[in-house]
Design a protein around this ligand. Structure first.
Ligand SMILES: [Zn+2]
Length: 281
């Protein structure tokens, strides 16, 4: 693609973004992207291999199965499954209140998040929100936009070629994964809350638990601000926005839970202390 074409594309993108203020219930679709869906998957798998090396994966099969069970239930909802992405869920022994999902589906949950949640619905809410970022391809969408703005045209033109995927992953790991895939705009947060609400509802969880948990984290404030909020900035009024989204859905009973959340919390409390190094933010 030529420089002029790139900037024309960017212009259209910005104009579109300026006009597009989504109302509750309107469809949610991935935005501008230089990557193919297959490249999302490839990037995510390469970065996930790095995460598995740099973090301590929890060595407790029951806990891994538990997080996988909750995650897969959400990923099987029509709103998530239509993406076709191969989701996976891994519990990391790390004390921060955090979770993140890489492009194409690898999703990581910190034990600190399980400690911070009070119900399975809250935990499922964070997972549904992360799954929504993957479905909406926010990671590579943001890299695509940054590529248009920052890189010379020749580089932008080849940036999505096969040979450079590894370089992009290395770049991302060099600046911390947050810098590349995992630091979202407030607009992306709004979208992930809205799609996350649909994913939760379809899986039988009450979507309001997601928004309430985020607002609870925000209310903590101070120096101990949860890591999750630095990569997922608050768009404000999350509970209100999710309530508006729920109004657009068919009425449902939200009674689902696995009945295993308390056991999961007890097992997390018995794990050995997490290692100190946390290279990838
Ligand atoms: Zn988010």
């Amino acid at each position: 693609m030529q420089y002029k074409t790139l900037y024309a594309a960017l212009g259209v993108l910005l104009v579109t973004a300026a006009c597009a203020s989504r109302r509750a219930g309107e469809p949610l679709k991935p935005g501008f992207n230089l990557f193919s869906k297959q490249q999302d998957i490839q990037l995510g798998q390469e970065a996930a291999a790095q995460v598995n090396r740099e973090f301590q994966v929890v060595q407790n099969q029951w806990l891994q199965d538990y997080i996988d069970r909750v995650g897969r239930r959400l990923a099987a909802s029509p709103s998530a499954a239509q993406s076709g992405f191969p989701f996976s869920f891994t519990l990391l022994n790390a004390k921060e209140v955090n979770a993140f999902a890489l492009p194409g589906g690898p999703t990581f949950v910190f034990t600190g998040l399980i400690e911070a949640t009070e119900t399975e619905g809250e935990l499922a809410g964070v997972l549904a929100h992360e799954i929504a970022h993957v479905v909406l391809r926010h990671g590579t969408n943001q890299v695509s936009k940054a590529t248009l703005i920052q890189l010379p045209a020749e580089v932008a033109g080849v940036a999505v070629g096969q040979g450079t995927i590894g370089q992009i992953v290395q770049l991302g790991l060099g600046v911390g994964l947050n810098g590349l895939f995992l630091s979202y705009s407030r607009e992306a947060e709004n979208q992930a809350d809205a799609l996350g609400a649909h994913i939760m509802a379809e899986a039988g969880y009450n979507p309001i638990e997601m928004a309430r948990f985020f607002e609870k984290l925000e209310a903590r404030g101070g120096p101990g601000v949860p890591q999750f909020l630095s990569s997922h900035p608050s768009p404000g009024n999350r509970v209100k926005a999710v309530e508006a989204e729920i109004q657009t859905m068919p009425p449902r009973m939200y009674g689902f839970n696995t009945g295993q959340f308390q056991q999961a919390r007890q097992l997390v409390a018995q794990l050995p202390p997490p290692p100190r190094q946390q290279a990838v933010r």
